[in-house]
Design a protein around this ligand. Structure first.
Ligand SMILES: N[C@@H](CCC(=O)N[C@@H](CS)C(=O)NCC(=O)O)C(=O)O
Length: 256
């Protein structure tokens, strides 16, 4: 049967699924959903969220559900631990990555000094004037998402300190062990690694990651098992020099 992954390439949730597919040794086709054309894929994902996956006649939406499904399809290596306590820890960490760390991604990548790379990733299918226009238009709604969730109402320094504490908590878990839960790689490692991966695309997140050898070594361990040597995990992009903040009166209007 042919597995097809419907994805936004830069989405950490889609990265999590690709890592799981590689770990399981499964082959798949990819359909890149255009950021502004997701409506055309409602028959695949009625929620409009991606990743979604089809396998023969089955359609599975949501990275958490997809990983559950993959564990039934190929039982080893297990991503959801068999031991009940470890399973609980792994699923809680996955949910924390998806529902908390994700908002650090949405918030920090949209800071002015990080935004150019964010927009390059989000709009990698666009070019020229349309890309420049969309970059300006997207910043406001993304800021609104972050403000509605709450993290986006805090200052850059408060948020950076909060992320540092989260990274310290991860290091505390990794003290004396290779994986976040138990003695094998699990869904927790995949979910957290995918978020740390996109947070590396911010100057602040990258500095926090690089300053923590335990975290950096764990990232390398996870990547060694879940990244393909042929294909990059994300669209190739290079960090741009930090944008200068435009003078206040020249700044594009943003929703808050
Ligand atoms: N809980 C979902 C979250 C997926 C998600 O939020 N994906 C984002 C991309 S990072 C998305 O599809 N956003 C489009 C939208 O919200 O309309 C999962 O784990 O798959």
């Amino acid at each position: 049967m042919t597995i097809t992954l419907y994805q936004f390439n830069i989405s950490p949730f889609c990265d999590k699924v690709r890592r799981a597919l590689r770990l399981k040794g499964l082959a798949w086709n990819t359909v890149e959903v255009p950021l502004l054309g997701a409506g055309k894929f409602r028959h695949i994902s009625p929620t409009g969220k991606f990743p979604a996956m089809t396998d023969g006649g089955k359609t599975i939406v949501d990275s958490t559900e997809i990983i559950r499904y993959l564990d039934t399809l190929v039982t080893e290596p297990r991503l959801i631990p068999a031991d009940p306590r470890e399973r609980g820890d792994a699923l809680i960490l996955e949910d924390w990555a998806d529902e908390s760390l994700y908002f650090f991604d949405v918030t920090m990548r949209n800071w002015p000094q990080n935004r150019a790379w964010f927009m390059d990733d989000l709009l990698h299918q666009e070019r020229g004037f349309k890309k420049r226009m969309l970059s300006r238009l997207l910043a406001g709604p993304l800021r609104k998402i972050a403000r509605t969730q709450g993290l986006g109402r805090k200052s850059e320094s408060e948020i950076t300190i909060e992320l540092a504490r989260h990274y310290d908590s991860l290091c505390a878990r990794l003290e004396g062990q290779d994986w976040l839960v138990g003695s094998a790689i699990s869904v927790a490692d995949l979910a957290v690694r995918s978020m740390v991966f996109v947070l590396d695309r911010t100057a602040e997140g990258k500095a926090l990651h690089d300053a923590r050898p335990l975290l950096a070594a764990w990232s390398q361990r996870v990547d060694a098992m879940t990244l393909s040597s042929e294909a990059p995990a994300q669209p190739p992009a290079t960090p741009r020099p930090a944008c200068k903040r435009p003078p206040a009166r020249a700044r594009a209007p943003v929703a808050s």
